[in-house]
Write a protein that binds this ligand. Structure first.
Ligand code: PLP
Length: 333
């Protein structure tokens, strides 16, 4: 995070608490965007279980999302396709750092610069992840973090924050989160109530001190899965050489994943699918524009991916049990 980056929790953190948060986290959840933006975004991520939040935020801002397919290697936005989605009306690129691995930010920054576009990082799944040694949330114009309880840094309920180096954007977001209030009873714009409640702020401040340790524990779980499943037929997640992956999710791929999920559930091991439906199959975005080639990779992988149990406190015994159960399923294939 660059030293001048502003972190604007969408809540009632004091400025002092914000400074503490800012030291560790470059950015958090964005609740609103300038209106009339036509936005380029990766499509796949947001058709997530609780919401299709990022695409909805774009739509609510008055913009139209343009959906870009993903890269089969890391499941992040396919940077080779981005320029096909850009038109004279495009205002921003929104890469999602999916599953905790940053998108290829060097190339995205070069494209954004060439076309004079803003970058809004969706870092909801990537607290403390890095691209070329720099933390997510400090790699674009604006960074957005979620503190939903299941996230790598989760509150007791909902919450989020944004980070930015741009003082004009920072001031505007501060107004937007609190009814557009400049000072008591003086309102300069149509704002929202996007404040984080104090209980969430208190929980987050305590948990924040543990984030780096939890990140390393997640990485340990991932490394152990990699080891135990190395000789299996599963396609395992890769960590790119320019990236530090924080394994919000550990996602493996296999054409028979539905059977495996069923078998593991019988043994009391519950796996998820993130996500079973590409965003353009969600009713509100059925008509959304995509790159000309459509979203074939999203379609393909959505039928084959499964997320293994992943949390910092997993014991070696638990990791081994999951891996052995998967290997046993494979042996029956
Ligand atoms: C990639 C991504 N973006 C955005 C969000 C939305 O975050 P929130 O639920 O805090 O609004 C989520 C949460 O599920 C997410 O995973």
């Amino acid at each position: 995070m660059r030293s001048e980056t502003s972190l604007i929790p969408l809540g009632i953190f004091s400025e002092k608490k914000s400074r503490r948060l800012k030291k560790s986290l470059p950015n958090t959840a964005m609740q609103s965007m300038p209106s009339a933006w036509l936005t380029v975004l990766m499509h796949y991520t947001w058709h997530c279980a609780p919401s299709i939040s990022t695409a909805l935020a774009i739509a609510y801002s008055g913009a139209d999302p343009v959906l870009v397919d993903i890269d089969e290697e890391d499941f992040n936005i396919d940077v080779d396709l981005i320029e096909q989605a850009i038109t004279p009306r495009t205002k921003a690129i929104i890469p999602v750092h999916l599953y905790g691995q940053p998108a290829k930010m060097d190339r995205i920054r070069a494209i954004a610069e060439k076309h004079s576009l803003a970058i809004i990082e969706d870092s909801a799944q990537a607290h403390a992840a890095e691209c070329n040694g720099q933390r997510t949330g400090s790699l674009g114009t604006i960074g957005c973090f979620s503190f939903y309880p299941g996230k790598n840094l989760g509150a007791f309920g909902d919450g989020g924050a944004i980070t930015t180096n741009d003082p004009t954007i920072a001031d505007r977001v501060r107004l937007l989160r609190n009814y557009g209030q400049v000072k008591k009873n003086e309102h300069s714009m149509l704002g929202f109530n996007c404040r984080l409640d104090t209980v969430q702020a208190a929980v987050l401040l305590v948990k924040l001190a543990h984030l780096d340790k939890w990140t390393e524990q997640r990485r340990r779980v991932a490394a152990r899965y990699n080891e135990l499943l190395a000789d299996s037929d599963f396609e395992l997640p890769i960590e790119r050489s320019d990236a530090k992956h924080v394994y919000h999710l550990y996602v493996v791929r296999h054409p028979e994943r539905d059977r495996f999920i069923e078998e593991l559930a019988k043994a009391g091991i519950f796996c998820g699918i993130h996500y079973p439906n590409p965003l353009n199959r969600a009713q509100p975005f059925e008509a959304a524009r995509t790159v000309p080639s459509g979203l074939p990779v999203c379609d393909r992988i959505s039928k084959e991916i499964m997320s293994l149990p992943m949390y910092p406190e997993m014991t070696d015994e638990q990791i081994v049990r999951v891996a052995e159960s998967l290997n046993a399923c494979l042996a029956q294939s």
